[in-house]
Design a protein around this ligand. Structure first.
Ligand code: ZN
Length: 103
């Protein structure tokens, strides 16, 4: 599904670079302590989440509205897919949560 997201992005005028994918429990603890993450149960620990960096016409984007079409496409791929922008932060985060859809 990540491959489909990347292919769809490029077919629709977006460019992506990769942010984080796998994260160790030690790194997650550092992020929570630093306020950069709100959970110790991140899908990054299970290799089920990716963060991407979005560029539109060579401009780096950080606002949720720019990511929204990617988030909608991601969710259309599988009912278990979640987009971080729906939580009000974390717009560059895409994860597969399977049947566990609680944030
Ligand atoms: Zn993330």
């Amino acid at each position: 599904m990540v491959a489909k997201l990347i292919a769809w992005a490029y077919a629709n005028g977006f460019e992506l670079t990769f942010g984080e994918a796998y994260r160790t429990p030690e790194q997650q603890e550092i992020y929570v302590k630093a306020g950069k993450s709100k959970t110790l149960k991140s899908k990054h620990l299970e290799r089920l989440a990716i963060d991407v960096n979005l560029f539109i016409q060579d401009e780096y984007k950080t606002d949720a509205d720019s990511y929204r079409p990617l988030g909608e496409f991601w969710k259309s791929l599988d009912q278990g897919n979640r987009w971080g922008g729906d939580w009000g932060w974390d717009a560059n985060h895409f994860e597969y949560a399977g049947d566990n859809r609680e944030p």
